[in-house]
Ligand binder design. Structure first.
Ligand SMILES: C[S@@+](CC[C@H](N)C(=O)[O-])C[C@H]1O[C@@H](n2cnc3c(N)ncnc32)[C@H](O)[C@@H]1O
Length: 248
């Protein structure tokens, strides 16, 4: 089965969906289950979040992304934050927890992921702090936002085949496979960011230089990459100029 072309389908719980979702593989059911799914929870910064097959398991590397976001929002009294592809809600909830006056919106195409994210908001006592909505990237979100952050799926179908079986066969395919979603989010965010608003994107190892180039060609300024703990650039950020000098 090819996952290159998303198809309209019933989602993992059998509900109809109007959003294109890639098929979950039926084979590989005997692959070992990720520990977080077995335990039913995962820790991220100070939060203990529920984890199950409805959503991607938060990775420790995403802490670099959250660190960058918090640093960029220092001194912004009530930042308006958008988390695109929220999954378990981890980034949105960490931002709400660590920036007490942030007003956070979180979007995901997956109804299952959003259900888990909402449960995690209640579980962490942050339910009133994050507005969750279902949608495709930034569609229908006018902003303005001071920060747009995303850890989008960034594996090619070929790269997915090299992923360890735990993730490949148990985590939602829609959370893993995505080509050029980072540049697409960057293009859409130009209209949704406030002047001097920041865009912060996580990307795969080896993708940062290309993504940084895309941001520059879209007109973003102060484009920089930040390495993870292994010294690989995994986070790329840029600033929307004050005046509208962004490329069309
Ligand atoms: C790699 S996971 C990241 C989840 C979480 N933000 C994290 O860092 O752990 C990517 C998420 O993007 C969502 N996603 C994929 N395509 C999307 C789209 N077109 N619009 C909105 N969300 C999408 C997936 O459902 C998944 O929850």
């Amino acid at each position: 089965m090819s996952f290159a072309t998303p198809v309209l389908r019933k989602n993992l719980r059998g509900r109809d969906t109007n959003f294109p979702m890639p098929e979950q593989p039926s084979h590989g059911a005997d692959a070992p289950e990720p520990l977080a799914y077995v335990l039913g929870e995962v820790r991220f910064r100070g939060l203990v979040l529920a984890a199950d097959r409805r959503a991607f398991i938060p990775r420790s590397g995403t802490e670099v992304l959250v660190d960058r976001c918090l640093r960029l929002l220092r001194g912004v009294a009530e930042p308006r934050v958008l988390d695109v592809g929220t999954g378990s809600g981890v980034i949105a909830l960490a931002m709400a927890a660590e920036h007490p006056r942030a007003r956070v919106t979180a979007v995901d195409v997956s109804a299952d992921a959003l259900a888990l994210a909402r449960e995690n908001a209640v579980r962490t006592g942050l339910a009133g702090r994050v507005r969750f909505r279902r949608g495709h990237l930034l569609a229908g979100l006018a902003g303005p936002f001071d920060l747009v952050v995303s850890n989008p799926p960034y594996l090619t179908v070929a790269a997915l085949e090299l992923l360890d079986p735990e993730a490949r066969f148990h985590e939602p395919r829609v959370a893993l496979v995505g080509e050029r979603l980072g540049p697409l989010i960057a293009a859409q965010a130009r209209a949704a960011l406030a002047p001097e608003g920041r865009l912060v994107l996580e990307c795969g190892a080896g993708q940062a230089a290309g993504l940084a180039g895309e941001l520059r060609s879209l007109g973003y300024e102060s484009v920089v990459a930040t390495p993870d703990g292994d010294g690989r650039d995994r986070v790329v950020e840029g600033t929307r100029p004050v005046a509208r000098r962004l490329a069309a």
